[in-house]
Write a protein that binds this ligand. Structure first.
Ligand SMILES: [Zn+2]
Ligand SMILES: [Zn+2]
Length: 475
């Protein structure tokens, strides 16, 4: 498919015109696949695609902080790219969607192009720009690795979709509950919604509508109605100052089970626990691999942090990449010229006193290589990557994190700015030292609060009553 030919997906809308409400949509699996694709997206991708206006808790501020922090603050330059343009661990599936709104290139391969590199024997590559080779040089783009999956078409008529399979239709309700279509389901939905089925509208979903749907699915439980009746997104929709079921610090003990549940929900959806429901109904319509991919998504290789270890999110294994040339030729020619390693011709040999066949460019007898993915967080220059879960440099630097999770290097200037932005009198401030007990539970709470609240730190660190007074105090 040509890149400039914008694909669309047709859906049928069942609406209640008087109430201005979408009851449900009927669609092929292509639309459902696109919806499920939301679940595979890293949070950083969602924020970036929505122009840092996802309105998802504090994440826009967190993203802008990573953008604004100098590269010096990070363990390696590539760390910034990993946060701002994270790779989707399910990219081999995601890139087959009919409408792909993620513009990250998961196939890009970077290598150290120095053919005399001291770490040449490692055959290291990276999927992230600016990764440092062990020799200290920045890796450079060597082309896109060939797609093993791009050609597995996901056309409407074919049996295999991306995540779901089969030829049946699906029903998607306004709150994005997805189920295989059936007359009885439609009838029961109509009964439940106390509506009569009204004229059916057809709508072609484009990539811009998909982005809008993604955004609304984060902040509203009526995203389809929102899109089709063009309901403005209220900036307060996402400000859920009262997080339902958020345990206050004193009650952590009693609610430990609850925290466990919360953890699972967040990890499963990565965006919002209310977005989709695929348990149970997915049976038979989705291979077990795909179901796992959506219900327990992994992080891309090396993308984990100490927090993701606490949250028990697995990382994909580092990739191995087989190429049909030696590593040296690959460094020179990239994917576009793998043939240089094999090119043969005749040359006059003064020893044999005749023309002989031989390799012209490369005398290396081994004409294949297996490349191994290197941790982009590796600081390079002879350093050992002992802190593989760490993005931020750990030496001496302190940071200030505001209630809405803006992160800045700690300085008098940034402290004063926070106080003045918060419109707080100096005399009203108290400094407290807080010991975080039950750290694992706190990290889970913080992750949840970051997704749902604009005052993430308050909701995790303070008992609920005092929230208002200390709203903008950073720790
Ligand atoms: Zn090198
Ligand atoms: Zn070669």
């Amino acid at each position: 498919m040509a890149k400039n030919e914008a694909p669309t997906i047709d859906v049928k809308l069942f609406v209640d015109k008087e109430k201005k409400k979408v009851l449900f949509e009927e669609s092929d699996k292509e639309f459902v696949d696109v919806l499920f694709g939301f679940l595979t997206m890293p949070l950083g991708t969602i924020v970036r695609l929505l122009g840092k206006q996802s309105q998802m808790g504090c994440l826009d501020e967190l993203y802008k902080s990573a953008e604004d922090l100098s590269s010096e603050c990070f363990q390696a330059k590539a760390c910034k790219a990993m946060l701002l343009k994270p790779l989707n661990a399910a990219s081999s599936h995601y890139c087959r969607l009919k409408i792909n709104i993620d513009d990250t290139n998961p196939r890009a391969v970077y290598v150290c192009k120095d053919t005399n590199c001291c770490a040449h024997g490692d055959c290291a590559f990276s999927s992230v720009p600016d990764t440092l080779c062990k020799c200290g040089k920045a890796m450079e783009y060597a082309g896109d690795r060939p797609g093993d999956d791009a050609k597995t078409a996901a056309g409407g008529g074919s049996e295999n979709g991306v995540f779901v399979k089969g030829r049946q239709k699906f029903i998607t309700t306004d709150d994005l509950h997805v189920a295989p279509a059936s007359t009885s389901l439609m009838m029961s939905l109509c009964q439940k919604l106390e509506c009569r089925i009204q004229p059916i509208l057809s709508r072609a979903f484009s990539s811009s509508l998909q982005k809008s749907l993604l955004k609304r699915s984060l902040t509203s439980n009526q995203p389809l109605t929102g899109i089709h009746f063009n309901v403005p997104i209220s900036p307060d929709d996402a400000t859920l100052s009262m997080i339902p079921g958020n345990p206050c610090p004193e009650k952590v003990n009693e609610t430990e089970d609850k925290i466990g549940n919360v953890k699972i929900k967040i990890l499963q959806t990565k965006i919002n626990s209310a977005v989709l429901s695929i348990c149970g109904s997915a049976e038979g319509y989705m291979g077990p691999d795909c179901q796992n991919l959506l219900l327990a998504p992994e992080l891309a290789a090396f993308s984990g942090s100490s927090a993701s270890q606490i949250l028990q999110v697995n990382e994909s294994a580092p990739r191995k990449l087989k190429i049909s040339s030696c590593f040296k030729c690959f460094k020179i020619g990239g994917f576009s010229n793998l043939g240089r390693c094999h090119e043969q011709g005749t040359r006059y040999s003064s020893v044999h006193r005749e023309h002989i066949w031989q390799y012209i460019n490369c005398q290396n007898a081994t004409k294949t290589a297996e490349l191994c993915e290197l941790d982009p967080k590796f600081p390079g220059g002879g350093g050992e990557s002992s802190n593989s879960g760490v993005y931020v440099k750990q030496e001496s630097q302190s940071f200030m994190v505001t209630d809405d999770l803006r992160v800045r290097p700690l300085s008098l200037d940034s402290s004063l700015r926070v106080v003045s932005e918060g419109k707080i009198q100096m005399k009203d401030l108290v400094e407290k030292e807080v010991t975080l007990t039950k750290f694992q539970a706190r990290v889970m709470e913080l992750q949840r609060a970051a997704l749902m609240s604009r005052g993430a730190l308050s909701s995790v660190l303070l008992p609920p009553k005092k929230k208002k007074n200390l709203k903008h105090l950073g720790y």
